[in-house]
Design a protein. Structure first.
Length: 293
């Protein structure tokens, strides 16, 4: 299926659904067994995704939220209203769609970000300069990726990637970026992995991005002869390791996020850099899991 057909189906399906006042099955971006991925359709689904984020980021990772958000059991910020929310749902769970959300990703498109003052990760990294350097390209920011513990499997991750890939094709995205996080606020605890990233994956030239000067933390913490690639990859969070396998680069410098109890690096993934085997796996038209069962 071509990109044009994907766009036509999404538009016609959603228009028809809106006219009937009901959601459309045509907005489903992928399905594997009882799991499916799509964009949130209602405010209630976004609220449920924020509850999943609370369980992962606050209860599990000890992020800090306001007293009101803690009372409600939601992880929320002002960017949520600007973003589309990619969901993974387990259709075998009894209840409404809100009860079936097991994973989520937050997607912010270029034109929306520019119209509202920039990208979320611009508070940590010089992404505005990156975007300005590529006036002919369309960017998309990925953020707030989380999956409930019992669903942290290959199938769930594949569906998240399937959803991001289909969404990027639909919106003709040229490059994706977003923060990838290591647990804790001591970069030195991740010296091996951070040093490997700095020495092997830092973006250069037209894709170079630095952490903001007042937040910059050194990544190159070990001499290259002491960095074992296998051990470094093993020590890396699965999401960051997955980005690298796709063909991603990282920005120069890490940032400590005290509120989220993480050490962040910027991931940069031009669509043209995505490894051919992954494009073939998910499908150049994002059709790999479009109707899998």
């Amino acid at each position: 299926m071509s990109v044009e057909l994907i766009e036509r189906d999404l538009h016609l399906g959603n228009t028809a659904a809106a006219s009937l006042g009901q959601p459309s099955s045509r907005d489903i971006l992928g399905r594997i067994g009882n799991l499916e991925t799509r964009i949130a359709r209602t405010d209630r689904e976004v609220d449920a995704a924020q509850a999943v984020r609370y369980r992962v980021f606050v209860e599990e990772m000890k992020a800090q939220v306001s007293v009101e958000d803690a009372r409600r059991g939601r992880e929320v910020d002002s960017w949520d209203s600007l973003c589309d929310h990619l969901l993974v749902l387990d259709r075998s769970i009894d209840g409404d769609s809100e009860d079936q959300i097991v994973g989520t990703y937050r997607l912010l498109r270029h034109e929306v970000a520019i119209a509202h003052g920039g990208f979320y990760s611009g508070s940590e990294f010089g992404v505005n300069a990156l975007v300005a350097r590529h006036p002919e390209k369309r960017f998309m920011e990925l953020g707030r990726s989380c999956v409930l513990p019992q669903y942290r499997t290959k199938r769930t991750v594949e569906l998240l990637w399937q959803g991001c890939w289909a969404y990027a094709l639909h919106h003709r995205i040229d490059a994706m970026f977003g923060c990838g996080s290591f647990p804790g606020v001591q970069p030195e605890e991740h010296a091996l992995a951070l040093s490997f990233l700095h020495q092997n994956a830092v973006a250069r030239g037209e894709w170079a991005v630095d952490a903001l000067p007042h937040l910059y933390r050194e990544m190159d913490l070990m001499p290259s002869e002491a960095v074992n690639a296998r051990r470094a990859l093993f020590a890396m969070p699965p999401l960051i390791k997955g980005y690298l396998r796709l063909g991603a680069m990282v920005g120069n410098g890490a940032v400590v996020d005290q509120a989220f109890n993480t050490t962040d690096v910027l991931i940069i993934l031009p669509i043209a850099s995505i490894s051919g085997r992954y494009v073939n796996y998910y499908g150049a038209d994002a059709g790999r899991f479009a109707s899998a069962s």
